[in-house]
Design a protein around this ligand. Sequence first.
Ligand SMILES: Cc1ncc(COP(=O)(O)O)c(C=O)c1O
Length: 380
Amino acid sequence: MNELLHRYAAALESLDHQGLLRRLPPPGQCWRADFSGNDYMGLAKRPELVEAAAEAGRRYGAGATGSRLLSGNTPLHVELEARIAVDKGAEAALVFASGYQVNAACIAALLDRTALGAEPLVFADKLNHASMHLGCALAGVRQQRYKHLDLAHLEALLEKNAGDPRPKFILSESVFGMDGDQADIAALQGLSLRHGALLYIDEAHATGVFGPRGYGLCEAVSLAPTTVAMGTMSKALGVSGGYLACSLLLRDYLINRAGGFIFSTAPSPLMVGAALKAWELLPSLGAERAALLRRAEDLRQGLRSLGLDHGASSTHIVPVILSTPEAALCAKDTLAAQGILVSAVRPPTVPQGSSRLRIGLSAAHTDQDLDLLLAALGSL
Ligand SMILES: Cc1ncc(COP(=O)(O)O)c(C=O)c1O
């Protein structure tokens, strides 16, 4: 084999050795019950969304044809952003083709030392998503990572740096995607205001599921002009794409400085049409949200009675923490043999020693699905 390609082959072999090799699952498989997705409100296949996408396609085409700054700015993009801004209690919003792109592009731009006049100080929850780390890495910033959800640790770090005049930032998810636990947004915002820091909240897993109308954990908090909230349309909204809700000033800045916005084709009208429909449906899904969270509590109770560890989950995301990558893969295979699909999550997605099954509950699951899952977990 060519010397260069041999290096990639060796890297793959090493991953395989550690039980960390990733493979695409065979497409189109049928499962008795599927807990591996993020379609938390069961919207992905709703006919209204499919029809909204088709209608948007008929009016504006299948593709946006260019960046928002060129030919890709349709009235639908503007309408979706206006709705998101109002419902998140922000002055403005900006949509992107994916949530990953929001974090990579917006965090990198917000941390830009040329604009800030100094390298910023960034305080980040230890379990933040990879796309948030990427934003920091693109800005060349070293993060000070506080212990997961430990606001006393965050406060101690902020106090330690209180005399440092450089701009400060706090980055956290609201519902954590791999642990299913929740940050205290009001307390984070309080700390950010006391220390003059910009607070950046990732609502990828809270959007659609939490908040009085389903618009995320930030819905219960009045957002300060220095708090920004991103979210995705790819999970509970059942579509794809991401948004950032922020002040008008920051929106103008990001339109000028966020590379993933400037140099990328605007999200397809198909996606924007469907996402707008899903966004509008959220307030009507209060009963489904309550049932989803009740089922999650039933699952956690079932896991405890089987002696399984669900960590600190308090949401629709429930891990079963097992330790080694091999243990997680073996448990996934045992469930798959019974027709039940769950994800096995291994490092680097989660810390060493905490490989797990990740169960993503959806409003589309039934009590029977949950019974099947618990029976299969009982056979581990
Ligand atoms: C916390 C968090 N933020 C951002 C993203 C990226 O979102 P998207 O899948 O829309 O790119 C994810 C995806 O899993 C996530 O878990």
